[in-house]
Design a protein around this ligand. Sequence first.
Ligand code: ADE
Length: 273
Amino acid sequence: MPVKIGIIGGSGLDDPDILENRKEEFVETAFGKPSDALIHGTIQGIDCILLARHGRKHNISPTNVNYRANIWALKEAGCTHIIVSTASGSLQEEVKPGDLVFVDTFIDRTNKREQTFYDGKTPGCPKGVLHIPMHEPYSKGLREVLIETAKDLNIPFHSSGTVVVIEGPRFSSRAESNMYRSFGASLVNMTNVPEVVLAKEAGILYAAVAMATDYDCWRDTGEKVSVENVLQTFRENANKVTKLFLAAVPKIAKLEWADEIDELKSMVASAVM
Ligand code: ADE
């Protein structure tokens, strides 16, 4: 089964140079316009599509990202897999700024976002009401490929973690940060929900590489999160994510995904009322 891999780049990782044979396409979906052009291209001959989550000018806030249009556009373009990067605050001492975390679950604290394609009102939306199970939001198989790739490349990583997704755009108060720590979470960010949920609804295998860029604001000592330290850590470590994606794509293409994709699609079909 041929794969096509969507790559959603977060703040600091939407460098189109990772793709060869690039071609830009502006599309409109039933759910509106994606954040920016779809950049079609290849990595070692494998079809990929790059999309800048916040737009290439970084002018779309986490709340205003049209997550539905982004995922629907990648689905309509034929993506079987989506891998994403996301800058995140660390909630645990051992998750150091610059570390990568292959998150395996989330806690949703967003409150202003459309979380389903099955909304019963958008012309062209799929029919019915979808109650999608979320016990395993991220694709296990795809996460495993990313973990193996990080091992091969000697990139420091954490193989699992819970991410708390906040509405933003403000950062958390110290009380909130401590509450998220008490949840047992590893990271906090502003974008993984509803992206992961919508990818699942769309029947696309999805995995996220979260980069810890700061220690949020729960620690007694040290710097508190700021735009400056998020961007600086991301700039200094973005090459890890780029290398990881460049090496993971050919590995993904070598594997057989038909069973996992069929299982996901039949799970979605059986969850529609
Ligand atoms: N993205 C990067 N650092 C963050 C933090 N501390 N909180 C929320 N989103 C973030």
